[in-house]
Design a protein around this ligand. Structure first.
Ligand code: EZ4
Ligand code: CO
Length: 405
């Protein structure tokens, strides 16, 4: 029998914080899992170090499902982002170990390849329509088949998805307290359809265009926007409302044929049970790190498949290259894959997490023959970039009311 000998948590900050779990077996094989929860990283570190790791020692790492159930049911306190990110990290690491021990990529263990490559979408953003149109063009020139477009809004100083500099957008801000921003739904709704009209006028019908509303609309506002987007046939409208109230999507769905994506903040199948079974959404965004790892995501994706819901995993830069590697193994293997979000990590992050994925012409490829997840961590380099306190922003309406960010 193989046995788990030890495990440790590695926190590093090559431009942003990452939490990585490394599980070692007595046989000398190790596995990696991502446990990064943006802006609340240390809560997951403690959950792993103080409670989970002691329960792993001496167990057989090949019993992935049993260990998953032990951590989920055995805690008594179920669900939630901290718990589920910790369980996800263990689960990823165990699939990584299993792949390495059997000398095969994880996608093989999940049923084998269902496709050759994974369609990804990139992020284009600009301070105004003209700049955003240029950015979309730059992505199309790089070969992207699908591009998410976000633009600054006239009369609003800063908004979600638009960076002040030319760097990739990174919402977590280092510092002792969260930054605050101001929001106006009225200004946004009056403006944003124009962006997509101009994008279609400029680039024609072919490119897939996506947009993230980032939880800022009520159901009836989302219905209005979905209708106004219809002539520009978006690939999806994302997180149009906060989705704790799953029934609210009935209102949106009644009014618009714009495809809907939701779920990057979900943790379990229960968060999407009604959304999926009533076919109220088209794409589920819950990622491997948020959704309890490969084992639980496999169940969610299979459930979604029955209801014509496809996956569209969250893939922002706060999901580490370990999650990206797990996601790509998963995306390659399931039939109801939709699209994968891809925001390239900075060069330093790539160096700290050597990986085997490559972008080419709008698609992501995994190098053939890499056992396990196909990703590693350079611990020595990582130790040079210690944790730095950072928060996601807090958002208020123009009159000061606290709002969704
Ligand atoms: O705000 O990952 O679609 N992507 C997103 C992200 C989220 C961040 C939060 O940590 O909505 O940019
Ligand atoms: Co989003």
């Amino acid at each position: 029998m193989t046995t788990i000998e030890s495990a440790k948590v590695i926190v590093c900050s090559p431009g942003r914080n990452f939490v990585t779990l490394k599980i070692f077996t007595e046989q000398g094989v190790y596995g990696l899992g991502d446990a990064t929860l943006n802006g609340r990283e240390k809560a997951v570190v403690s959950y792993l170090e103080d409670y989970v790791i002691p329960c792993l020692i001496g167990r057989d790492p090949s019993r992935i499902e049993d260990i998953w159930q032990y951590l989920y049911k055995g805690a008594y306190w179920r669900r939630g982002p901290v718990t589920m990110s910790a369980i996800a990290a263990v689960d990823m690491a165990l699939w990584d170990i299993k792949g390495k021990m059997l000398d095969t990529p994880v996608y093989n263990l999940l049923g084998g390849k269902s496709r050759e490559a994974v369609m990804v979408y990139g992020h284009a953003n600009g301070k105004d329509i003209a700049e955003t149109i240029d950015e979309v063009g730059r992505h199309l020139d790089k070969g992207y088949k699908a591009v998410r477009a976000q633009s600054g809004i006239p009369g609003i100083e800063s908004t979600y998805g638009v960076s002040k500099t030319k760097d990739n957008y990174e919402p977590a801000v280092r510092g002792d307290l969260p930054k605050e921003s101001l929001w106006s739904t009225e200004k946004y709704l009056n403006f944003i359809p124009k962006l997509f009209k101009e994008l279609r006028d400029t680039y024609g019908d072919e490119p897939h265009l996506l947009h993230d509303c980032h939880h800022r609309l009520t159901p009836i506002e989302a219905a209005r926007l979905g209708k106004e987007f219809e002539p520009y046939h978006l690939f999806w409208m994302e997180d149009c409302t906060p989705a704790e109230l799953q029934e609210s999507f009935r209102i949106i769905r009644e009014h618009t044929t714009t495809p809907l994506a939701v779920g990057e903040v979900f943790n379990t199948v229960w968060d999407a049970q009604l959304l999926i079974s009533e076919m109220l959404i088209d794409y589920l965004r819950t990622s491997i790190v948020r959704g309890g790892g490969i084992s639980h995501m496999k169940k969610i994706a299979s459930f979604a498949e029955i209801y014509h819901v496809r996956t569209g995993f969250h893939g922002a830069t706060d999901l580490s290259p370990v999650t990206m590697s797990a996601a790509l193994n998963f995306d390659l293997s399931i039939n109801n894959f939709g699209i994968q979000e891809y925001m390239p990590h900075n060069g330093l992050t790539q160096e700290l997490f050597p990986n085997s994925y490559q972008f080419k012409d709008g698609f992501m490829y995994l190098e053939e023959g890499k056992p396990g997840l196909g990703v590693d961590i350079d611990e020595e380099k990582a130790s040079k970039y210690p944790y730095e306190r950072a928060y996601l922003p807090v958002n208020r309406k123009e009159d000061g009311t606290l709002f969704n960010w």
